[in-house]
Ligand binder design. Structure first.
Ligand code: NAD
Ligand code: UGA
Length: 481
């Protein structure tokens, strides 16, 4: 008993030693920075949080009408509405926010390098290094720096080096990767499976780690806050994304075999998912995974493995991406084949452009690749997505074409053959085929007889998400697997 009291007293004393955080700055007002800080602000009313960004338009939108926030996430506008201008602020004054805070989250983008050493694989850490240099230049007192962005293992070391060689104040660098998925960001943040924090195994490193843990423990049960060393934390994030993507590529590879052998991927995935060792989540066959992170993070993992001379390990993970590319290509080829190998001047309607439902994010969406391949075949593409604007669709394609060094003439021609509609009925009218590319719930509720009636016959429906399976009104139905 006495021992227990002494131990709890000791833990209490150690806890008291944690720094009291009153002001947080988050650099990067994107898909992670915005929702993550909004949730921390709502759960920790005593902490003032300022989210800063170099993108003024984005900051203006965060400060603008709640129904026009730059990011669509269910439940987000409500939380921003409750906290904005109380203890949550959006600003472009990065220096001021850095100066005023004891803790700084770095939540900037870490895209795949498009140039130089590691091109096409390694993460481009320019934005991260810029943040570190700016923090070092401005900071007047000690700070805890939190890596929220997804980073290659051992980045914290590099950040610390930049900070310490450019400033006299003391910095602790923590790794605190984010596991939220888009479309469910708010609920993932409110009820995370775990919060991972990596800190240096020094007294000051552990103190910083516990200071951050205490913030999360305002609403996350203590046993879900995992504390590790920095390198394990950094690598766990890449590993988690790689394992999730691997499940999708595994089921997608089997979907190809199902189509040849007469098995059904829905039945196969149900049968294997009921094995409690395998589990049922992330076994939905699809047109291929998209999103800003799976591909980027696996490429980064591949780069790291090669860097350390682990070529076999690199090839293993690269296979996950190769199957994903194969799946996107296979889906487009199936449309082509089923339309007598010619889609030239035929209208093909794409329902859905976002990389998954309940988000307006289109980064790496399979739709971009499917549209591009069909445009290459001369098709006329019509698109409807409940959340994605025409401008975004054009920007996505132009970005892809520029990466392929397409000539201006070719780009103009392809762009002239793509039309974006504000209703699904306009998009499908007079089309030869409809391809469902995002699993928006409303697509399931459509009157599919009406849709097929408005199309050229035979009206063919290609379901890249298998959401219309079992809909008896669809006559020529082509699911995945
Ligand atoms: P994002 O592109 O939506 O947002 C990043 C923001 O950082 C941009 O608005 C950009 O203008 C800003 N920025 C860049 N450099 C800056 C600088 N020097 N100063 C101020 N602002 C700067 O990116 P995101 O989707 O939020 O992803 C951020 C990080 O989180 C990435 O590393 C990503 O891998 C990781 N991540 C993303 C998700 C997701 O669902 N999107 C989930 C988990 C982890
Ligand atoms: C993913 C991870 O799920 C998050 O944990 C992680 O934090 C995030 O990446 C990140 O680091 O950015 P996200 O990409 O937002 O989240 O969305 P997911 O739900 O993982 O879906 C990714 C893609 O896989 C989507 O295109 C989705 O449609 C596809 N998918 C997902 C399938 O094709 N089949 C499935 O069974 C599940």
């Amino acid at each position: 008993m006495a021992l227990a009291i002494k131990y709890s007293h000791l833990v209490g004393c150690l806890k008291n030693k944690n720094m009291k955080i009153k002001n947080i700055c988050c650099i990067g007002a994107g898909y992670v920075g915005g929702p993550t800080m909004a949730v921390i602000a709502s759960k920790c009313p005593d902490i003032n949080i300022t989210i800063v960004d170099i993108n003024k338009q984005r900051i203006d939108a965060w400060n603008g009408p709640l129904d026009k926030l730059p990011i669509y996430e269910p439940g987000l506008s409500e939380i921003v509405g409750q906290t904005r201008d109380k203890n949550l602020f959006f600003s472009t004054n990065i220096d001021a926010a850095i100066k005023n805070s004891e803790m700084i989250f770095i939540s900037v983008n870490t895209p795949t390098k498009t140039y130089g050493e590691g091109k096409g694989f390694a993460s481009d850490l320019t934005f991260i290094e810029n943040c570190a240099r700016q923090i070092a230049a401005v900071a007047k007192n000690n700070k805890i720096i939190v890596e929220k962005s997804t980073l290659p293992v051992r980045t914290a070391e590099k950040i610390k080096e930049v900070l310490e060689s450019n400033s006299d104040v003391e910095f602790e660098v923590l790794s605190n990767p984010e596991f939220l998925a888009e479309g469910t960001a708010v609920s993932d943040l409110l009820h995370p499976d775990r919060v991972l924090i990596g800190g240096e195994e020094t007294p000051s490193g552990q103190k910083a780690l516990n200071t951050l843990a205490e913030i999360y423990q305002q609403w996350v049960p203590e046993d879900k806050v995992l504390k590790t060393n920095v390198w394990s934390s950094e690598l766990s994030k890449l590993a988690a994304n790689a394992m999730l993507a691997q499940r999708i590529s595994s089921i997608n590879s089997l979907s190809a075999l199902c189509e040849k052998s007469g098995a059904s991927i829905k039945e196969v995935s149900r049968a294997i998912g009921m094995d409690s060792r395998i589990g049922s989540k992330f076994l939905n066959a699809s047109v291929g995974f998209g999103g800003s992170c799976f591909q980027k993070d696996i490429l980064n993992l591949v780069y790291l493995c090669r860097f350390y001379g682990l070529d076999e390990v690199a090839s293993y993970w690269l296979g996950v991406i190769e199957i994903n590319d194969y799946q996107k290509d296979r889906f487009s080829s199936k449309i082509l084949l089923e339309l007598n190998n010619t889609v030239n001047q035929k209208k093909i309607a794409l329902l859905g452009w976002a990389f998954k439902k309940d988000t307006n994010d289109t980064r790496e969406s399979a739709a971009i690749y499917v549209a591009d391949k069909l445009l290459d075949e001369g098709a006329l593409i019509s698109v409807f997505d409940p959340m994605v604007s025409e401008k975004q669709i054009h920007d996505d394609l132009i970005y892809l074409w520029k990466s392929k060094d397409l000539s201006d003439t070719k780009m103009k021609d392809k762009l002239s053959r793509i039309e974006v509609f504000s209703t699904h009925l306009q998009a499908v009218k007079d089309s030869f085929a409809v391809a469902v590319l995002t699993e928006w719930d409303e697509f399931k509720e459509y009157n599919w007889s009406e849709i097929q009636d408005s199309m050229y016959k035979p009206a063919k429906i290609f379901d890249g998400r298998n959401i219309l399976m079992g809909n008896k009104s669809i006559i020529n139905y082509y699911p995945i697997g």
